[in-house]
Design a protein around this ligand. Structure first.
Ligand SMILES: [Zn+2]
Length: 179
C-alpha cells in the first residue's frame, strides 16, 4: 500500500518546491489567476508549507464607478452593489500569519472601543468634540481596511483576477505572467 492511498489528503511533495507549471502567475506585486484556480499548499505571505486554507470573499468592480460620486455618493454605492463581482478564494495561510492577523484585528477592536468610550465622555462634556470623534473613527476605519484584510483584487480582465497582498517570497516562487 502506498502512502498516497493511506492518506489521500496528503499534499504532493512537489508542492513544497517552486512550481514552474503553477496555474498562478506573477507580475510585479500581483498574482494573476483564473477564479477557479486552486492555490498551492504554501502560505501566500511567507511561502511556508501549510495545509490550512482561509476562505475569503473578494469583490471587484471597475474603478470608473467612482466617477458617480460627482452625481451622488448614494448612487455610487447602489451602482457598486449591483455591478461588483464577488469571488470566493481559498487562500493558503500558515498558522503564524493567521494568528498575526487575528492579533491585528483584536488590537483594532480594542482601540476602537477605547476611542468610542473616550469620545462618549468627551461629547457629554463638550459638544465640540463631535467632529474630532467622527474624524478619529473614520481614520481608524481606513487603517482597519488597509491592514485588516487579506488582500484585494486590483483587476478582472480576460477572465483573470489580479490579486494584490501576497508576500514577496511567495510571489518569487511563481512563474512570470505572459499574457
Ligand atoms: Zn506565513
Amino acid at each position: 500500500m502506498t502512502n498516497d492511498i493511506e492518506n489521500p489528503y496528503k499534499a504532493p511533495d512537489s508542492n513544497l518546491l517552486p512550481e514552474n507549471d503553477s496555474l498562478l502567475k506573477r507580475k510585479k506585486g500581483y498574482i494573476i489567476f483564473e477564479p477557479e484556480t486552486t492555490w498551492p499548499n504554501r502560505c501566500y505571505k511567507c511561502n511556508a508549507p501549510t495545509d490550512h486554507k482561509k476562505e475569503v470573499k473578494l469583490s471587484y468592480c471597475t474603478p470608473w464607478i467612482a466617477l458617480l460620486i460627482f452625481i451622488h455618493i448614494f448612487i455610487m454605492i447602489i451602482v457598486y452593489l449591483f455591478v461588483k463581482k464577488t469571488f470566493r478564494i481559498e487562500l493558503p495561510i500558515c498558522d503564524k500569519h493567521l494568528k498575526r492577523r487575528q492579533y491585528v484585528i483584536t488590537a483594532q477592536v480594542i482601540t476602537f472601543l477605547m476611542i468610542m468610550g473616550s469620545i462618549a465622555i468627551a461629547v457629554t462634556i463638550n459638544q465640540g468634540f463631535t467632529f474630532v470623534a467622527i474624524a478619529l473613527v473614520l481614520f481608524l476605519l481606513m487603517i482597519t481596511i488597509a491592514f485588516g484584510r487579506f488582500g484585494h483584487l486590483a483587476k478582472f480582465k480576460n477572465d483573470e483576477l489580479w490579486f494584490r497582498g501576497a508576500g514577496k517570497t511567495f510571489l518569487d516562487s511563481l512563474p512570470d505572467y505572459t499574457p
